[in-house]
Design a protein around this ligand. Sequence first.
Ligand code: UGA
Length: 436
Amino acid sequence: MKIAMVGSGYVGLVSGACFADFGHDVVCIDKDPAKIDSLRAGIMPIFEPGLAELVTSNARSGRLSFTTDLAAGIAGAAAIFIAVGTPSRRGDGHADLSFVYAVAEEIGQHLTNDAVVVTKSTVPVGTGDEVERILSEAGLTVKFAVASNPEFLREGAAIDDFKHPDRIVIGTEDEWARSLMREVYRPLFLNKSPILFTSRRTSELIKYAANAFLAVKITFINEMADLCEKVGADVQDVSRGIGMDGRIGAKFLHAGPGYGGSCFPKDTLALLKTAEDYEAPTRIVEAVVKVNDARKRAMGRKVIDALGGADAARGKKVAMLGLTFKPNTDDMRDSPAIAIALALADAGVAVAAYDPEGMELAAPLMPGVEMKANAYAAIDGADACVIVTEWDAFRALDFARVKGLMNAPVLVDLRNIYDPAEVRAMGFAYSSVGRV
Ligand code: UGA
């Protein structure tokens, strides 16, 4: 089957490459000629493990191609996916749908064969109705249907998530569209990945509800972590203790510096806006957004406390290990590292940092922070070291070397990657999240 993927960003590129790997004939379309040129040359616009190999091997086999020409790209495609960005709109936090609607208009101008138009971008409830209206008003003479098919890919694990999904959600009541989507996902269907067919509006809401629920889960355990610190309990054991209950589930119960990234912050905000518009407020999500925002700066205060308080901290130097919102990505969007670096700068603390992939994107977001070539260079001469992102590279630091390089052996582990007793036994003043 020929598939067109409009938008060759994170979601479009991963999905397009995986569909090609399933054996479909995929054209990835993007307005940005520089991006298309580099993709043709095998250079990825983002860092995602395994993506470069998947793209180049499928391009070489002729199943995956790239173009800036939407009309040519969608010609003959039975399924046309819209996978463009839906950033938070400046000023009011609603999802900005201008890119989605512009693509729908363009599809309406150029569609010359029967096709199912599928929204993969994360879009508020009702967006599919609007895409359908745009296409209906384009005076098309061919048959079309509009479906919703949200993505549940995690950055850093996107290919595996695509190929081994917990579920595939397809929102359309049109029987023709349903059977075409079954064909699109046939290899996964054969693999017994569950496919859930719903109405289009339900499918659109499932995406937001899933991300909001995960944000709630993380924020809940983060608040439990704060309570653990006060009462002398251990949050990792609390997570285990509640996670073993099948009704709760063990995943997404890692306490840390607060969630970031391109999805949870934007999607929780957009859900609040939808809820407000429909006068059905989602107060739990409102609280989660507030608590998570405040937490990131509070982590800066935690580091200042480890330095002995505000007065003692002024003029000191902190090493930050990890800047991206999570490991295995170069994504800095809404990373807790930004708020922590700003809080430290406001307190007169100098910061040297190292991140395996994120420094280029991080530098403009945290002016004044010195970017270093490796963890030990960042640690050199520091009065405290804070682990912000749990990259594997930080999981086995040479503590004797670290201690020798630091001005004072103070370690703040915001991802709980070390055992407190072991680190303290090596002479460090050690603090973490939700453990005493
Ligand atoms: C998230 C969802 O997990 C995906 O299912 C979804 O498709 C994606 O958003 C999206 O909407 O596109 P992602 O943002 O890539 O994926 O990253 P996650 O692994 O979910 O992590 C998000 C944030 O939560 C990170 O800052 C991470 O450090 C934090 N987190 C996650 C915790 O603090 N604790 C946890 O237990 C899990």
